[in-house]
Design a protein around this ligand. Sequence first.
Ligand SMILES: Cc1cc2nc3c(=O)[nH]c(=O)nc-3n(C[C@H](O)[C@H](O)[C@H](O)COP(=O)(O)OP(=O)(O)OC[C@H]3O[C@@H](n4cnc5c(N)ncnc54)[C@H](O)[C@@H]3O)c2cc1C
Length: 409
Amino acid sequence: MIDFRVPDEIQEAIEGLLRFVDQVVVPLEEEHRDLLEDGHRLYSRDGRLVAEAQQLMRQVRMASARAGQYNLFVPTELGGRGLGPIALYLVWEALYHHAGPGRLLPYQSLAHWTSGPGPHLRYLSQVARQEVLPGLLSGEKTACFALTEPGAGSDAWAIKTTARQDGDVWVLDGTKKWISNGPYADHALVFTVTDAEAASRRQGGISCFFVDASWPGYEVAEVLRIYGHVGGMEAVLRFSSLRVPGQRLVGELHKGFDIALQGVNTGRLYNCARAVGLSRWALERATRYAQERVAFGQAIAEYQGVQWLLADSAIETYAARMMGLNCAWRIEQGEPAVKETAIIKAFATEAGFRTIDRCMQVMGGVGLSNEARLYDAWHQLRTVRIADGSAEIMRRTIARRLLRGDLSF
Ligand SMILES: Cc1cc2nc3c(=O)[nH]c(=O)nc-3n(C[C@H](O)[C@H](O)[C@H](O)COP(=O)(O)OP(=O)(O)OC[C@H]3O[C@@H](n4cnc5c(N)ncnc54)[C@H](O)[C@@H]3O)c2cc1C
């Protein structure tokens, strides 16, 4: 039997989270509106969020953790609620749909797989878990996922950061680029080459370490800014003779690439949910606007030219949502769903970008205004056509699976 109802446990999780946003986060946003809505106050000259903004984010994370909302998708063995991929899809979609774009604090209510306690921490030793988990689960501390380098983006096997063994310690050297939450993270999951020959054959040789940003040799070398913004969330990280205790190896030596791929796949489901949630938020606003805005003596919603912009957006949003849910269900059944994960990531982010663009068109000049906040959804979905595996790399993955005989749907 195919049952499309949202299971009670997931519905309760969604309602609990959205209640938390409305009751705890919204009053905080209102109290600090002057800071949160003024980019020149929000960021310091080096591009980092000012300390007050970082403290507000921490406050939301910690309150959400105390309220039992923050760690919904963290495995139970690590101390989280352990909800699966269907919940991950539905809860993130609901949060983006509810909170919309252009807001910093609501998205701190839910641990993201890279900045919060991600599933990869299952592969940490017991000693290391005791050191890092309490801070991450309470929301006090955050992490980042450091794979990409200046010379290795889509081709992640080409990374050059090295880890060399020195007794019980590993010594890391190299540079990572475009690392989200990099300017603020207390820890980083760092992918390194430990066997250059195996890595050059793309057969292992990459190992993963969970390091502390406070250790000597760890440096946030630059905060990266995009779209002309005065500050940013991504960083260049530099490691110079960074000494890492052996117990901070994540998983098995030389087998870090598998951990990277698992993480990236979670990210693709999350990005599909984000695209659908933002599309739904935008489409509701554009539809209302079209009914209220009058031109040539009647509501613009009466014009077929406007109706088609809305209808095309609904078609694509519905398709992306169904794909996302089906893919989440497949992963929950234990399927690798490699082809499907690439399909939903490519389709939902491109369709979402087109939807936001159409909604801007429906809303005319207002659609471009800061107040409408559509520009932020547009930026987010434009970004995610490159980040987390570009649209071309998704198509490469899909085509490779097809050519290997995976023609199932
Ligand atoms: C805002 C942002 C946040 C990010 N966050 C993180 C993070 O937290 N952690 C992390 O490790 N990385 C992160 N990244 C990096 C991201 O994963 C890479 O940007 C992405 O993988 C693409 O790499 P690149 O930018 O080096 O582009 P390149 O790999 O140089 O690609 C350039 C162009 O060539 C195309 N291309 C490359 N190879 C092929 C091919 N075989 N076939 C067809 N076309 C191809 C690409 O699609 C793209 O259009 C982030 C990036 C951005 C922009």
